[in-house]
Design a protein around this ligand. Structure first.
Ligand code: ADP
Length: 657
């Protein structure tokens, strides 16, 4: 037998009285013992042993008898053993070896094995001996090692559970808490000592989604349960936890423990509740917003991107068109595929790029326009279009680079009808005014002619002035009635043009010279590099247009100054361009967009108290467009204005000298 500890050193104060035994008694005792027993004398020689000893160490009995005890020890500890043996004999007493010691023996074949040894001093024939009981504990050591590994794992597991943020607790089948990690201490406020042994649902005042019985049944039947529980903490506060529970069973399938992992979701729950409330409110607001838009009688839609893709269209839009406009479908494509056409105020079809919506997208400026819409069922609908650039909030998810425009189409049928009636009335009134005006103007002419003849009594200076004033007033009135009649004819589409190839150079000179006679404060100049500029126009209408533009240049330059008229050719675009430039009061920038409108007068013209009707430019615009030309202007308030009129160049213009 061998030892790796220092049991010989211990308990040096040994008892001095030893048991005496006769060799015969000892022999019989050794033979009936189930353990391996041997007797060693003071010189370390084996003097007696039983069969079990020989069998345990693999020796024949004769090999053991009289052999030194060391042969039963691994060589590495023999020396230490001999030293301790001497010490033991110096202080012998009965003891158990092995507690906390790793003792081992060596078989004859050299194999080592763990042993448990008990020693007892004995007096045999008056001589001190040691009786050793040796037990092979190989199986016991294996089991011990297994338990040690398990214990280590368990401690690791406990450490891990304590590291977890979640509250982890375990209860026995009677719901008594048998494990309570640091997370549970932190969450609920009870220490492990305080919690262990308590009934979990009583301690935590658990509130179940349905009932404890239901949860228990699910756990029993399915082995696990997941759900939300409300617990009360040590300080009385409530926590909402997301709980995962598992029922652990033993090998026989009997419930052993309930493992519970609880995660505090109080904050998350509150946040979720707030988010839900916010979402509901947002959805509510959105619904309200849609309801409002849907109950509007006019068409409202929102488009984004250069091609005006649909983001939203209200119910009225669907009702007017009678066909659905798909989300993200471009406006032009929607109109084309469904046969919807837009006409401008003159009744001419608009190309997509001239739609008010597309213009607002392109320029970033609001656009207001009167248009007529031809619907899929061929009905016509006069509309007032408002296309307003719109900045959606970032949260709308529209890229900031995408232009967005809010468009409304207002049905102006009633307005148009009222306008038609008004136009008819104005037309009749103007027509009726013409006859007395012609009579008046004729008699004034006769009077002037007759009184200027020789032999007739001439008018006094004062009479002359009065009659001239009457003549000018009738002239102004007849221009006004003429304009009003033109307006009503245009509105009704009854204005007829007599267009033919016209050399506009002498025409422009003629009008300029006529206008020069009406003013002394202004100098009217015509500049042109050519004597021939042939365009197809209605000559008298072009005269009317030019007269109006030059008259305006004179009228809106109250201080006098130059009025420059030029005729230029644009060979690239095959256009002839007439330019009328003044250095007058100009037109305020914010009114530029509407200056060609009916009865439109700029604020500064009113401020200067310059009389006018606001019909001239409207007629110019309509007439130029009707003749296939274009009119536009450039003006700066306080600096002056330039009006441009262009017509396509006609054959023969190239023959300019
Ligand atoms: P009006 O009879 O008022 O002159 P028009 O239709 O010819 O009517 O012109 C419309 C408005 O445009 C004018 O009232 C004036 O405010 C502005 N306007 C036209 N021509 C000029 C110009 N050359 N300079 C400054 N303002 C002008």
């Amino acid at each position: 037998m061998a030892h790796s500890g220092d049991f010989f050193d211990q308990h040096a104060s040994a008892s001095s009285s030893f048991r005496q035994i006769s060799p015969t008694h000892l022999r019989s005792f050794l033979d009936i013992s189930p353990d391996a027993l041997l007797l060693v004398n003071q010189s370390g020689t084996i003097v007696m042993f039983n069969e079990q000893t020989a069998a345990l160490f693999g020796y024949a009995e004769k090999e053991l008898f009289g052999a030194p005890l060391e042969i039963l020890l691994p060589p590495r500890i023999r020396e230490a053993y001999l030293r301790h043996q001497q010490q033991y004999f110096a202080a012998p007493y009965a003891r158990s070896m092995g507690a906390g010691l790793e003792l081992c023996g060596q078989r004859k074949n050299g194999a080592e094995f763990p042993v448990d040894v008990s020693l007892r001093p004995l007096l045999l024939d008056g001589e001190l001996h040691i009786l050793g009981a040796i037990r092979d504990v190989t199986a016991q050591r294996v089991t011990e090692r297994k338990y040690a590994v398990q214990a280590q794992r368990l401690s690791l597991l406990t450490d891990l559970m304590n590291l977890a943020v979640d509250a982890i607790l375990m209860s026995d089948p009677m719901n008594r808490i048998i494990f309570w990690n640091h997370g549970a201490e932190r969450l609920y406020g009870w220490s492990e000592q305080e919690a262990l042994g308590r009934i979990s649902h009583t301690l935590l005042e658990t509130r179940y989604p349905q009932s404890r019985a239901v949860t228990g049944t699910i756990l029993e039947q399915q082995g696990q349960w997941e759900g939300e529980l409300t617990h009360t903490c040590h300080d009385g506060s409530k926590v909402l936890v997301e709980s995962r529970q598992a029922l652990i069973r033993d090998n026989q399938g009997e419930p052993l423990a309930i493992l519970e992992v609880n995660r505090d979701i109080t904050e998350r729950h509150t946040r979720e509740q707030m988010e839900r409330a916010y979402c509901e409110e947002t959805v509510g607001r959105e619904t309200l917003f849609h309801q409002i838009l849907d109950s509007l009688p006019c068409v409202v839609f929102l488009v984004a991107g250069a091609d005006a893709r649909m983001l939203f269209a209200n119910r009225a839009a669907y009702q007017v068109w009678g066909v659905p406009w798909m989300f993200q479908q471009p406006l032009g494509e929607f109109f084309n595929t469904n046969g919807i056409t837009l006409l401008n105020a003159q009744g001419r079809p608009l190309s997509v790029e001239h739609y008010a919506t597309l213009r607002a997208i392109r320029t970033g400026e609001p656009v207001r326009d009167f248009q007529t819409m031809i619907l899929p069922d061929e009905r016509t609908l006069p509309i007032q279009v408002y296309a307003e650039p719109f900045s959606p909030p970032q949260s709308a998810g529209i890229p900031a680079s995408e232009p967005v425009v809010l468009v409304t189409y207002e049905d102006v049928t009633v307005l148009k009808e009222a306008e038609k009636l008004k136009d008819e009335f104005v037309g009749i009134a103007a027509h009726e005014l013409r006859t007395p005006l012609t009579v008046l103007s004729g008699y004034v002419d006769i009077l002037l002619r007759q009184t200027s003849r020789e032999g007739t009594s001439p008018l006094s200076e004062r009479q002359q002035k009065v009659v001239t004033a009457i003549k000018e007033a009738t002239l102004r009135l007849s221009t006004l009635t003429g304009d009003l009649l033109d307006v009503t004819r245009l509105q009704a589409g009854r204005l007829v043009l007599k267009c033919c190839s016209t050399n506009i150079v002498p025409l422009v000179r003629r009008v300029a010279s006529y206008c020069q006679h009406t003013t002394e404060k202004h100098s009217i100049e015509v500049s042109t590099a050519r004597e021939r500029a042939i365009v197809i126009v209605d000559e008298s209408r072009l005269e009317q247009i030019l007269t109006n533009l030059i008259d305006n240049a004179i009228k809106y330059s109250p201080q006098g100054g130059p009025v420059l008229i030029s005729i230029e050719e644009d060979l690239l675009h095959r256009q002839i361009q007439i330019k009328v430039q003044d250095r007058g009061i100009g037109i305020p920038q914010h009114q530029h967009g509407r200056i060609f409108g009916r009865f439109m007068r700029a604020e500064n013209a009113l401020a200067w108290e310059i009389s006018g009707t606001g019909l001239g430019l409207y007629l110019c615009y309509e007439l130029v467009e009707l003749m296939g030309g274009h009119i536009w202007f450039d003006s700066q308030e306080g600096v002056g204005s330039t009006f441009f009129v262009s017509f396509p160049m006609s054959e023969g213009s190239e023959e300019w000298p």
